[in-house]
Ligand binder design. Sequence first.
Ligand SMILES: [Zn+2]
Ligand SMILES: [Zn+2]
Length: 434
Amino acid sequence: MRDSINTHFEEAVRWRRELHRHPQPGWLEFYSTGFIARRLCEWGYDVRLGKDAVAPEQRVGLPEAAVLDAEYDRAVRDGIDEQFIAPAKGGLTGAVGILRGAEPGPTVGFRFDIDSLEITESADPSHRPAAEGFVSANPGYAHMCGHDAHTAMGLLLAAHFAENRDRLKGTVKLLFQPNEENLSGAQAMIANGLVDDLDYLFGVHVGICLKQTGQIGLNVFDWLAMSRFEVTFTGRAAHAAVLPNAGNNALLGACAAATNLYAIARHGAGASRVNVGVLRAGTTWNIIPDKAYLRMETRGVTNEINEYMILKAREVLEGAAKMYGLQLEVKPAASTISAVNSPELIELGARVAQSLPSVREVVPACSANGSEDICLMMQRVQQRGGKAMEILLGTPLGGGHHSTTFDLDETVIRNGAEFFAAMYDAVAGNRPVE
Ligand SMILES: [Zn+2]
Ligand SMILES: [Zn+2]
C-alpha cells in the first residue's frame, strides 16, 4: 500500500480550515456536501447524493424553506459547483462514496459527521481560527464540535483508498452523515439501507474523554440513549380578573410538568438525565394562558433506563395535564440509543494501534457520557452480524465542545485516517504500508 496519508496530510489541514470557514448546521450542510462530493467524484468513487444518501421522510427538524434556500445559495456563492449539490436542494445533504477494490473482500464502512453547530464563534485573537484567518464566515454557525476535522479525516482516508485501489481487497463505503447534532442524520441513512451491507462500521469523535494528541480510546462506553419530545398543553383562555375560574391555565400545567420532570426518581441501575430546554406559554398580562409549549429530553446509560425515564416523564406530563384540565400532545422528535463497540474490534484495534507510531497511548476505558446517533448505525450493523466501533481520539482543545472557542490539534486528522486505514488492512487482509 502507498502511504498517501502522510503525503496528503497538509492538504487535509487546508480542507479542515476551509470547512471550518464555511459551517452549516443540520440539513443545511450544502458547502461540505459539495466539497466532499467533488473530491469523491474526482477520485473515482461511486457517489450517492440527495435522496440516495438520506431518506427524505426520516429527516427530523428540517429548517424552513427560506433558510434552506438561503444556505444553498450561500454555498454556491462561496464556490461550490451546483452539479454536486443540486440533488441536496431542500435539505437532502450528506454524501456517500463507494469504492470497490481490485479483489473481493469485506465491505467496510466509515462514518464521518459533517454538520456544524448553531453558535457564534469567538473572534478573539487568542482563538487560533480567528488569529490564523479561518474563523467561521457564516454568522451564527460554527464548527465547535470538531466535525470539520472528522470530515477532513474522512477525505484523507478517501484519498488513501483511491490511490491504493489497485491493491485493495474488498469494498470501502464512506458515509458523510448530515445532522448528527440533532440526531436525525444517521436514521435517514439507515432507512436507505446504506449500512445493511456492511461487514464492519467505524466511526470517530475527537476530543471527547481524551485530551492529549496520540491517545486513542477503543473501549468506549456510556453512550446515552436519548429521546426528545415536543410537548403542547392546551387549556382555555379567560379574563384574568373577571372570570379566571373559567380558564384552564396551560402555563401552570407546563410549570408543574417541568418541575416534576426533574423530580423523577433516579434509576438504581445507572445514570439518567432529564432536561426541559424550552418553555413558552401565554400571550399577555390579563389572559389566562391557553397554550404552553415545551421541548424536553430524557437520557439513560442503557436503552432500558431511558425507557424508564420516558415512561415516568409521560406520567408526569399526563398528571400535570389532568391537574389543570388541559389537553396534552406529546410529539416525539429525534432519538438515539446506547450501543457498545464489538469486543473483537476493541481487541484488534489495540493490536493495530500498538503498531502505529502516531499512537502514544491506548486508553483502556473511556466514558463517552453523551449521545451519538452513530449508535443507531452500530446496532443495525451488529444485529445483522457485522461488527462496529466508534473510537475516540485525543486532542487538546481550545475551549470545550460546543463552546465559542473550541479548537483542536490538527494532527488528530492524520492520526485518525492512519488508524482507520490500518484497521481496513487488518480486516480485509491487505498488506499494510511498507
Ligand atoms: Zn456536538
Ligand atoms: Zn460532535
